[in-house]
Design a protein around this ligand. Structure first.
Ligand code: NAP
Length: 495
């Protein structure tokens, strides 16, 4: 078998991979492929198509800075429109031709003699690339719970990432496990049709009302003809979200959690307005601070529990048998469908999503676990030359993925332009720069809700298995973009 030789390999054809591809092209690098295990592009927005799926940050904010979309139908747009946006951007910037679908990357190893990455694909094929960019997303490895008896359950089992579009909930007895953002969107939809719907809640979630708007044809025409109008709206929604994350998450201690208390009060009011039964309200009330895990927006979630066909089960699951769930309280609930809204394995399966072996045989996953989860500017690790890991610890700015992409694209621009200018072959972040960045992130997190708040019972994926909140980058979008555009080039060894 021959080995294909490329300038760059991007793993993942979601918004991160598409953004990285656009940036490579802008830098004059055209000899690259984007590999994806799915059979289409869009990443999470291709994989997820369960009923009720919609973006949970305003779409005015949810797009590449350089590619506003005047066609969104709502402020909180349904999932299929986001997938369409991914298609449109990939076509407009002509990156689809670089994509290879149904291609699973098993691992990548740095070849120190040849200064290339050797990439192994599932079918036994290999490729070499000068640059490796993993754009594998944060929530891409579905978590299937290891509940005793689940394999012997004879009804239908559906994980929300594998939704069957022709599945009809009408007349079914359904159990949903999980009460995260996905479940909050899905449950009101299932509740409309199911004969019986039991929600298995382990940890209650904060839910606040969703203030949604429809964008009529006139508004869309205005956005298209006068792009400044959409820019202004984006500036507004960006600013509101930025302030919320700053005050409620990053500077929780400084603001003494006041924002979080107000948001929790709003959620309480929402429960009070919708649910008459005080005991049910109590059971749906989280006992950790608002913001410890991603809060959700819904006008239908609490209301669903007031329907006669919907029940909350919070006694825990003991096991499954062939036709039902046995709760820890000994009760049996006969079901024909089990919906797993159990989310994603972020830390174990995703960091990294493929095996990556750098210089001197350093195994990225092992190194992160043996030391601490860390990545300079959310993309680079020492001993991993010519590698950018876009789904890294300290990469995600919180709430809006596109802001993260914006700074990562700027970092690519600065770094790869310099490599080109010097006619160099490799770049690698220095150990000193990486250590200083990690220290700075750790210190900044001291003011955050994760350190100063009451998050112990939240079961939040913002925390790694060692209990450190190493997912979110504790800086504003503006700061991250500035740093990505101005970081000292001496932080990298460019040779
Ligand atoms: P998630 O937030 O991780 O929620 C998973 C749920 O499953 C949690 O309630 C969890 O309980 C429960 N669970 C997992 N394993 C369990 C077990 N063995 N037994 C009982 N319960 C179990 O996952 P998600 O709801 O899919 O959402 C993930 C993220 O995706 C969100 O935070 C959000 O960032 C993103 N999302 C975005 C959108 C959007 O923008 N449109 C929509 C959906 C999701 P514990 O809390 O006790 O672990």
């Amino acid at each position: 078998m021959t080995t294909e030789q490329l300038d760059a390999v991007i793993v993942g054809a979601g918004f991160a991979g598409i953004g990285a591809a656009i940036q490579l092209k802008r830098l004059g690098i055209d000899d690259f492929v984007i590999l994806d295990r799915e059979d289409d592009l869009g990443g999470t927005w291709y994989v997820n198509h369960y009923p009720g799926l919609a973006v949970d940050v305003p779409t005015t904010t949810y797009s590449y800075f350089f590619e506003p979309n005047p066609n969104w139908s709502r402020l909180f747009t349904p999932g299929p429109e986001i997938k369409q946006y991914a298609d449109d951007v990939a076509d407009k910037y002509d990156v689809r031709k670089h994509m290879r679908f149904s291609t699973t990357v098993e691992g990548a190893r740095w070849d120190e003699d040849a200064n290339v990455w050797r990439i192994a694909l599932a079918g036994g094929e290999t490729m070499t690339a000068r640059y490796l960019i993993t754009a594998t997303g944060f929530l891409s490895q579905p978590k299937v719970p290891d509940i005793p008896g689940i394999a012997g359950f004879e009804g239908k089992v559906i994980h929300t990432t594998e939704w069957e579009d022709d599945f009809d909930a009408t007349g079914r007895r359904i159990a949903v496990i999980g009460t995260g953002a996905t479940a909050v969107q899905l449950i009101p939809e299932l509740a409309k049709r199911a004969a019986d719907l039991t929600v298995y809640q382990r940890t209650p979630i904060w839910v606040v009302p969703k203030v949604d708007l429809r964008f009529g044809e006139r508004t869309k025409r205005m956005f298209a003809r006068i792009p400044l109008t959409q820019r202004v709206l984006r500036w507004l929604t960006d600013s509101i979200y930025e302030v919320m994350v700053s005050v409620g998450v990053r500077h929780y201690r400084t603001f003494r959690g006041r924002f979080n208390i107000s948001a929790a009060d709003l959620s309480k009011l929402h429960r009070f307005a919708v649910i008459r039964d005080p005991e049910l309200r109590r059971r749906l009330t989280p006992d950790y601070d608002f913001g410890c895990k991603r809060p959700t927006f819904s006008n239908g979630y609490y209301r669903a529990f007031t329907k006669p066909n919907v029940h909350l089960q919070d006694a825990g699951i003991d096991h499954l048998d062939a036709d039902g769930i046995i709760g820890k309280d000994g009760t049996k609930n006969a079901i024909d469908t089990l919906v797993l809204a159990t989310g994603f394995d972020l830390w174990e399966a995703n960091f990294p999503a493929i095996e990556v072996i750098g210089r001197d045989g350093r195994d990225l996953g092992k190194w992160w676990r043996d030391t601490r989860f860390q990545a300079y500017q959310g993309v680079s690790m020492p001993y991993f030359p010519n590698y950018l890991s876009l789904a890294s610890p300290y990469a995600f700015l919180g709430l809006n993925f596109f802001n993260t992409m914006e700074y990562q694209m700027r970092l690519m621009d600065r770094l790869l332009s310099e490599v080109k200018r010097r006619g160099a072959t490799t770049f690698e972040v220095t150990e000193e720069a990486n250590a200083a960045f990690l220290d700075r992130m750790t210190e900044l997190l001291g003011d955050s809700i994760f350190t100063a708040g009451n998050c112990g019972s939240a079961n939040s994926y913002y925390f790694n298995p060692a209990g450190e909140p190493t997912l979110l980058r504790p800086s504003s979008t503006e700061t991250a973009i500035r740093e990505a555009s101005e970081f000292p080039l001496a932080d990298y060894q460019i040779a």
